[in-house]
Design a protein. Structure first.
Length: 405
């Protein structure tokens, strides 16, 4: 790549002075990995206040989030090409931060009220590392506020309200989407908006052309019922071969009644633009009723899900207690393994996108105890994990963890 060794040394020295680090790759070519102490972002709730910090080490010692971190909420964030984008709903902004060796630096912001009236978005995601898609749930009129932000110019290329189709007089109550192959797939819940009753007896996804957001098509699976949008995190994810997998949320605690409580918790698949006959019944793996609250894709056909036993959830607040169990799901072999991790409130993890060298990293925040990062060996069995760095301070709950570089 460099014909002159002195030129190469000068180039490397310049980047090192700027805080960049290098690792040696197998082919002998040096690869830039980003400024020092910026490989990962950790966000947390500490005594009801938001903080976040960046680090290069998730496995040793402790991570200081208060004092050395930034104040503010980074739980609704994505990271792309050395920049972190935060939905700051406290101030009604979408913010752009550059990740530097001395911490995140605010470089630009967009007023969310200039994008849609009310200026509130629940979800933020990166589309092909070139755009942000902001969205939230349907409003009282059944319209979904959204905005598409071009990352190069950090400006909106499309914004407004997406009219969701009705199904047999049922309205769309909740949405979250993924993009695959020129289409956007909105995992959904359909029912009566006034009562959250009369719920659809099937799983529903609404498909649009992207980025035009035209030509809506309703996809239906009869494998179960409930919501396919997810709650904190997305209920759908795209695998390496372009397939989309979804899980559903059931249980009376979520809906306030038992209409779909007896429906199984499943993973289903959208392949070549529509549901196929793939069904993985997670409920059948347990000898008592369960529900899935959050799931994350870790690559190579492996997903991790937060499973709760319904008997442990007498009221809504119990979800924030130590009631969550982490299970590993092999989507290809349809095997389900319960990991011997501490039970925790996995439901309150908003953003989790952290896979490195085939290992999946997840925060385990024990209510009334410690918060640690754990390294999970994909396919390593019930005990295939290592306890990593601890978050210092009191009442720490880690609500975001993602890899930047």
């Amino acid at each position: 790549m460099y014909k002159n060794k002195l030129v190469k040394l000068f180039f490397i020295g310049t980047l090192l002075a700027a805080g960049f680090t290098f690792v040696s790759c197998d082919d002998g070519v040096d690869e830039v990995k980003g400024p020092e102490n910026t490989k990962y972002t950790v966000g947390a709730d500490v005594d009801g206040e938001g903080y976040y910090t960046t680090t290069d080490d998730l496995m040793t010692g402790s991570i200081s989030i208060v004092g050395s971190g930034s104040e503010g909420w980074a739980n609704l964030s994505v990271s792309v090409d050395g920049y972190m984008y935060i939905l700051n709903n406290t101030e009604g902004l979408t913010e752009k931060y550059e990740l530097t060796a001395t911490g995140p630096v605010l470089v630009d912001e967009i007023s969310n009220s200039a994008l849609t009236a009310g200026g509130f978005f629940r979800y933020i995601q990166s589309i092909n590392d070139s755009e942000l898609f902001l969205s939230t749930n349907p409003n009282d009129e059944g319209s979904v506020p959204y905005a598409i932000i071009d990352l190069e110019t950090f400006s909106a290329t499309s914004k407004g309200y997406l009219e969701m189709p009705t199904i047999n007089d049922k309205s769309n109550l909740w949405v979250n989407a993924v993009v695959q192959g020129g289409s956007m797939y909105f995992g959904s819940l359909y029912g009566d908006a006034a009562t959250w009753g009369q719920l659809a007896d099937s799983l529903v996804t609404v498909k649009y052309d992207y980025p035009s957001l035209t030509n809506p098509e309703i996809l239906v699976s009869t494998a179960s019922a409930g919501m396919t949008a997810g709650y904190r995190t997305n209920g759908s994810f795209v695998t390496e071969n372009g397939d989309i997998y979804q899980y559903n949320i059931t249980g009376s605690l979520w809906y306030g009644h038992d209409e779909v409580a007896d429906k199984p918790s499943v993973f289903v698949r959208i392949k070549d633009g529509d549901y196929d006959d793939y069904v993985l019944d997670i409920s059948a793996e347990f000898d008592e009723p369960i529900a899935i609250w959050n799931a994350w894709y870790a690559g190579d056909g492996i997903a991790y899900a937060n499973v709760t036993r319904v008997s442990d959830l007498a009221e809504w607040g119990d979800l924030s207690q130590n009631t969550g169990t982490l299970v590993e799901i092999n989507l290809e072999t349809k095997s389900v393994t319960e990991l011997n991790l501490p039970k925790a409130s996995f439901v309150n993890i908003f953003s989790l996108d952290c896979v490195t060298d085939g290992k999946f990293y997840i925060p385990v925040s024990v209510t009334g105890g410690d918060a640690n990062i754990y390294e999970i060996n994909r396919g390593g069995g019930a005990d295939g994990f290592t306890k990593g760095a601890q978050l210092d301070g009191s009442n720490v709950f880690v609500n975001a963890l993602f890899r930047n570089f």
